[in-house]
Design a protein around this ligand. Structure first.
Ligand code: MG
Ligand code: MG
Length: 255
């Protein structure tokens, strides 16, 4: 079931989204060569704690997961696409890092992700991140009253295709509100004019995941969580929580 939010609910989601933005900014600030993924998780955790926010990631256990998620961020490095578990791995020069973070504040949730490089970027990584950002921007631009979910999906997929990037077929965005994952599913490719109609008060997490190799193949790592590209090429993941409004799309997870 798709829940349409009141304007005051969207305001509350904006506050949760702001906490996510601050947590991601703290992670970005802390990330440099030699810093461990667990330390990045601690940086995000400190922001959530200070804001009195709960993590919807910590302890989360979807049907595919063998264990409850042990952290407040996902940290996915290089050929990891999404859902990486922050561990003792220390960032190296040239790593491409994707950080996903959520926060629940006063019963409402925000969800966002960033991708960046540390040290000297490897050839192609900044272009991959830029294509992912453009895919997200195109998806957000299509998130307008009167459009449908398929218009967002088509906008994202068109940018990925033009950039010759692959995308994991079974993963995409989602409705969001009191819970992190609500209906409807927001695919990262699709046909325009199809799917659920976008209305004022609908809140969506839009999240392109691009794989530089151009292949759509991916698999779960031995931990049962981390998704990796089959061809070993690098991946980027950028996400915002967005409200559809009569005045146009409103990004809820901006600073
Ligand atoms: Mg996310
Ligand atoms: Mg999400």
């Amino acid at each position: 079931m798709v829940e349409i939010k009141t304007d005051s609910a969207l305001e509350a989601m904006r506050e949760a989204g702001r906490v996510v933005a601050h947590a991601l900014a703290a992670v970005r600030e802390a990330a440099r060569v030699g810093v461990s993924l667990r330390e990045l998780d601690e940086a995000a955790r400190a922001v959530l704690d200070a804001a009195g926010a709960r993590s919807p990631f910590l302890g989360y256990r979807p049907s595919f997961a063998p264990t409850p998620f042990p952290a407040v961020i996902c940290a996915s490095v290089n050929e990891a696409i999404v859902h990486g578990i922050p561990d003792g791995y220390r960032l190296r020069d040239g790593d491409l890092v994707s950080i996903d973070c959520g926060a629940e504040l006063d019963g409402w949730t925000g969800d966002a992700a960033i991708s960046f490089t540390v040290g000297t970027p490897r050839p192609g990584d900044l272009e991959l991140i830029d294509a992912t950002r453009r895919a997200l921007d195109a998806g957000i631009a299509a998130a307008t009253v009167g459009n449908r979910i398929g218009d967002i999906a088509h906008a994202i997929g068109s940018v990925a295709r033009a950039a010759r990037c692959g995308m994991p077929r079974d993963f995409g965005g989602h409705g969001i509100g009191r819970r992190m994952h609500e209906d409807p599913h927001v695919p990262n490719r699709g046909r325009p004019g199809r799917g659920f109609p976008l209305r004022h008060g609908l809140a969506l997490a839009i999240e392109p995941m691009l794989m530089a190799g151009g292949d759509d193949g991916y698999h779960a790592a031995a931990d049962g969580w981390t998704l990796r590209t089959d061809d070993g090429s690098r991946a980027a993941h950028i996400e915002h929580t967005v409200a559809i409004t009569e005045e146009g799309p409103r990004i809820l997870t901006a600073l």
